[in-house]
Ligand binder design. Structure first.
Ligand code: C2E
Ligand code: CA
Ligand code: CA
Length: 571
């Protein structure tokens, strides 16, 4: 299908709905209002005003609904020119088209200059002429407003998201009582399709999903867009069930790829009560789709439900509470020891600092729940800086108390990487505490590396140049290939807990770990295993040549004073 075709089809979809539009008629003679009302009332909803001032009030009050103003030029209390001037000066109102009534040629020219789109004669033209001009003026203004804002997604021929949202807003305005569904269609781990089969095949798959989304939109009375790379939005009349949608999308993809390679997650937010705005409806549809496992190997649908709503409220509460929590010292930090196991006896060599939140109402909140939340929201920066400062203060205290200390590693979230002040902040922080950059190690999660390779390499290089050691955290959780490791600037590799969980003598998991250890040795990068809980795991890892271990086997995260005692014993 060509782009041109898709465009006209989507425009056509818009007009299939042909909703009633609203027109404001302005004239000081009641009889004229009645006359025009009769001519246009069959097709449009009509509002009336008898003076320029009244007209402006009506326009301001109904600006989101108004499709057109019919304006008499000569009236008491603010004539038509005044109205035209006021509209032109207002960002909000200037796009509402105005047709003026006049009996003079001069006035026509003048009013066109002031922004009127057309004029009608007084005494009035025939009803057909009036209707035709009104409808043409409306069509033209819709066309220019929408086309001006947007376009079509080149790859799929669907609307772009700007256009889509504009369309949906307009749809809502004119169908205030229509029950609607916000739907998102997500291809999980789409980058794997690209990596395994190449980009052009990936493009084909996206076109297939787009085709499905478009067909669904058509069938259910609505529109679709590509929201970003592998995520599509559909806005349709409320459906009783969603099986047909799944089938349609699956069918379109079945001619392109093996059904076992299709990993679609579809989330739906049915807006029965019109309780939240458009963007929120799609956010909720995303939440619903996120409730489906990324690893599912068939297309699944999830509908936003009460449980998700409660989670949303809970998350909003937590986000709102962060300020107070920082002020009231609800956050504190704990230290989990890391042991060097390369020698005869395990030796304490470092610790990871981990945040804890004791919420006055909800009690202990898990970091793997609130950290991602704050990351998404941008608030993680403050929190991380708080933790880093605490870590630095503690290291200084231990140095003073024991004459020696060990480096402490802090978590650097992916958001911090994009903070232009990151390096400055860290350098100042260590200096202020009388430390050196060697006293603080930085853990950066593997997915940050794969998300934005070039930025991260730059940032990590600058951190290492300044003397900080950088550990790649959660290795194996993301998708960086082993191959990629060779070109990444890192000082240590931290194996994700999931790798360790099931290792046993000679099993598949253990060979994987051995393989990674071998590569790391080749790259001369030490490996830290975390989540080590048993002696068996410890012995296996030691035998395989793992360098450092962190986990419940040695110690759970402990308070600063408990950790201080460990340092003391160690020294
Ligand atoms: P992580 O960086 O991978 O931290 C390791 C997590 O594993 C910690 O959970 C730790 O308590 C837990 N753990 C350690 N040993 C074992 C074990 O033997 N068995 C099991 N089952 N778990 C073990 P925690 O403290 O709940 O932190 C979870 C995640 O939250 C962290 O994962 C990290 O991603 C994030 N996080 C924690 N503190 C911070 C922070 O200050 N800043 C940032 N950005 N993220 C943090
Ligand atoms: Ca970590
Ligand atoms: Ca980790």
């Amino acid at each position: 299908m060509t782009v041109g075709n898709a465009w006209s089809l989507d425009i056509k979809a818009k007009h299939e709905h042909d909703f009633r539009r609203t027109i404001l008629i302005v004239d000081d003679e009641p009889v004229n209002l009645r006359l025009l009302g009769n001519i246009l009332g069959g097709e449009y909803d009509t509002l009336y005003a008898q003076t320029g001032e009244e007209a402006l009030n009506e326009i301001r009050n109904h600006k989101d609904f108004l499709s057109l103003v019919l304006l008499d030029l000569y009236m008491p209390k603010g004539n038509g020119y005044m109205v035209l001037d006021a509209l032109r000066e207002s960002e909000d109102l200037r796009n509402i088209p105005v047709i003026v009534f006049t009996a003079e040629k001069n006035a026509e020219v003048e009013s066109l200059k002031k922004g009127a789109v057309d004029f009608l004669n007084k005494p009035y033209d025939s009803p057909e002429v009036i209707r035709a001009r009104v409808s043409r003026a409306i069509e033209l203004s819709i066309g220019s407003n929408i086309i001006g804002a947007t376009g079509i997604d080149k790859l799929t021929g669907l609307m772009t998201r700007e256009y889509f949202f504009q369309y949906c807003h307009e749809y809502d305005k004119f169908h205030p009582d229509q029950e609607v569904d916000a739907i998102v269609v997500n291809f999980s781990k789409f980058h794997l399709v690209n990596e395994l089969y190449g980009r052009s095949f990936g493009d084909k798959v996206l076109q297939g999903i787009a085709d499905g989304a478009r067909t669904v939109a058509r069938a259910c009375g609505g529109v679709a867009c590509r929201h970003n790379a592998d995520c599509f939005y559909i806005y349709v009349e409320h459906q009783e069930d969603y099986d047909q949608i799944v089938q349609t999308v699956d069918e379109k993809l079945s001619s392109i790829m093996n059904s076992s390679d299709v990993h679609l997650r579809i989330g739906v937010y049915p807006d029965i009560y019109h309780s939240v705005n458009l963007e929120q409806r799609f956010d909720r549809a995303i939440q619903a789709s996120n409730s489906i496992s990324r690893n599912s190997n068939q297309t699944l649908v999830a509908v936003y439900d009460n449980r998700m709503h409660e989670k949303e409220l809970y998350e909003a509460r937590l986000l709102g509470d962060i300020e107070k929590a920082l002020l009231e010292n609800q956050f504190n930090v704990v230290f989990q020891p890391k042991y060097d196991i390369t020698g005869d006896k395990p030796k304490l060599c470092s610790a990871e600092v981990l945040i804890r939140w004791k919420h006055p109402e909800f009690g202990f909140v898990r970091p793997d729940f609130f950290i991602p939340l704050f990351e998404e929201n941008g608030r993680i920066k403050e929190l991380d800086r708080y933790v880093w400062r605490e870590a630095a203060r503690q290291v200084k205290r231990w140095k003073d108390m024991y004459g020696a200390s060990i480096p402490i590693s802090v978590n650097v979230s992916r958001v911090d990487i994009f903070d232009p002040d990151l390096l400055e902040f860290l350098k100042e922080m260590v200096a202020e505490n009388g430390l050196t950059t060697e006293d603080i190690h930085l853990e950066i999660t593997e997915t940050a590396y794969t998300d934005s390779v070039t930025t991260i390499i730059e940032v990590v290089n600058s951190l290492r140049d300044a003397g900080f050691k950088v550990e790649m955290d959660d290795f194996g959780k993301g998708y960086s290939s082993l191959n990629m490791l060779t070109s990444l600037p890192i000082d240590a590799l931290k194996l994700d807990m999931a790798f360790i969980k099931d290792i046993a003598e000679n099993n598949k998991e253990m060979s994987m770990v051995e393989f990674i250890l071998e590569i790391a040795r080749f790259l001369k990068v030490p490996v830290i295993a975390e989540g080590v809980e048993s002696q068996e795991q410890f012995l296996l890892l030691k035998k395989a040549g793992c360098d450092i271990i962190q986990g419940y086997y040695f110690s759970k995260p402990v308070t600063a004073s408990e950790f201080g005692r460990l340092i003391e014993k160690n020294a």
